[in-house]
Design a protein. Structure first.
Length: 80
């Protein structure tokens, strides 16, 4: 059924509809913006591939016996 889905006359109809809807003056600006967005997307995807992935989980070594953990709150005297 969709063997010949996109033929040249389909493309001509799409172009004519775009020109009628958006106008011939706005189409170059839209194409320029689309190209700029595609370039930005491509550069961001490339940057994500080049960056090393952060470790899945960061494990901290257990504290030494008798050592106070830096996370443990200490007692604070309140002023009277």
């Amino acid at each position: 059924m969709l063997r010949n889905a996109l033929e040249p006359w389909h493309l001509i109809i799409v172009v004519v509809v775009l020109v009628v809807v958006f106008g011939s003056k706005k189409l170059p600006d839209m194409a320029r913006a689309l190209g700029k967005s595609a370039r930005i997307l491509k550069s961001e995807a490339k940057a994500m591939k080049e960056d090393p992935a952060p470790p899945a989980s960061v494990q901290t070594p257990p504290p030494a016996p008798g050592a106070q953990s830096p996370i443990t709150p200490t007692s604070v005297e309140s002023p009277r």
